[in-house]
Design a protein around this ligand. Structure first.
Ligand SMILES: [Zn+2]
Length: 299
């Protein structure tokens, strides 16, 4: 007879302490000043999921797959031309399967001066994948993105921001500069791995700074777009204004198949105009920001 696993309320102190201490936020890396005397940094990111959201769930729905194709046909061209017009460099987190489906799209992203980061193999949920498989998928994804684009990624955003107990160890093995999947601060911080300072930068995310939360739609669940575009703009603008006030980081996550519709793309345009009107804001890729804060902190 084997012992049943303990319920959380039965755990001894060392069990819950060990879980909490597995990955922690260490030093706050908000710099005293940003480049060229800028008051705050703006990191725009696009998670290029395309068809992988549906493939990850089994890939049975042709309708949902076509939604992913919208991201390639309409979404990405709209985003890339806006960024070119505004002369802004951004970061694109790309599942390896997306890069294999659309290699020309990803080569264009690199050719136009943007960054490509890791975003899983097929948008798998890391906590549902056995550790050995998770490691192999991240390693294969890094090789695939490098093969397609010619550039080795230096950062990772885990699919669905789902971060397992072994994810950080794999990121360290890959020698990544930064992660952008965790939530422990508004501003960049150093990742601590079971009490050990890693020298790796976390550029934290939040669901409130994610377009999918407000606009995503699943016909077969109770999930409906329920937030008006004006309200979403207001939330994003307040997040930016707070970052500007604090001299910190404003990091926004968007998706090509969500933010680019004719009734929504103005949110991003108006947000960029609002930030630019301040006159002293640094728009940069995640990798540039991570490199800068790491150098300032002399990690
Ligand atoms: Zn994603």
């Amino acid at each position: 007879m084997t012992d049943l696993p303990l319920e959380p309320w039965q755990w001894p102190e060392e069990t819950w302490r060990a879980k909490v201490n597995r990955v922690r936020a260490g030093r706050n890396l908000k710099p005293k000043t940003w480049p060229n005397g800028a008051r705050c940094a703006v990191a725009l990111s696009f998670d290029v999921d395309h068809e992988t959201n549906e493939l990850r769930d089994g890939g049975k729905s042709v309708g949902r797959l076509s939604w992913g194709q919208y991201g390639n046909r309409v979404g990405m061209p709209r985003i890339l031309s806006l960024l070119a017009k505004e002369d802004i460099q951004a970061s694109f987190f790309v599942p390896a399967v997306t890069a294999l489906l659309y290699p020309d799209e990803q080569r264009r992203v690199i050719a136009e001066g943007h960054e490509i980061g890791l975003h899983g193999w097929i948008h798998e949920v890391n906590t549902a994948v056995p550790p050995a498989n998770e490691r192999e998928l991240h390693l294969r994804s890094a090789d695939t993105l490098e093969k397609v684009t010619g550039v080795r990624p230096v950062g990772m955003r885990t699919p669905s921001w789902d971060f397992s107990e072994v994810t950080l160890a794999i990121e360290r093995e890959l020698g990544l500069l930064y992660d952008s999947s965790l939530f422990a601060d508004d501003d960049p911080y150093e990742l601590i791995d079971k009490g050990e300072a890693t020298g790796m930068v976390e550029l934290p995310v939040e669901w409130i700074r994610d377009d999918a939360v407000y606009f995503n739609m699943n016909r077969f669940q109770a999930l409906r777009p329920y937030t008006a575009p004006e309200t979403v703009f207001d939330i994003f603008r307040r997040e930016f204004d707070g970052a500007y006030e604090d001299g910190g980081l404003f990091l926004l996550t968007m998706h090509p198949h969500i933010i680019t519709y004719r009734s929504r793309i103005w949110i991003l345009e108006k947000l960029i105009a609002h930030a630019k009107a301040k006159g002293d804001v640094w728009f940069a890729s995640h990798a540039e920001i991570a490199r800068y804060v790491k150098a300032q902190a002399a990690l």
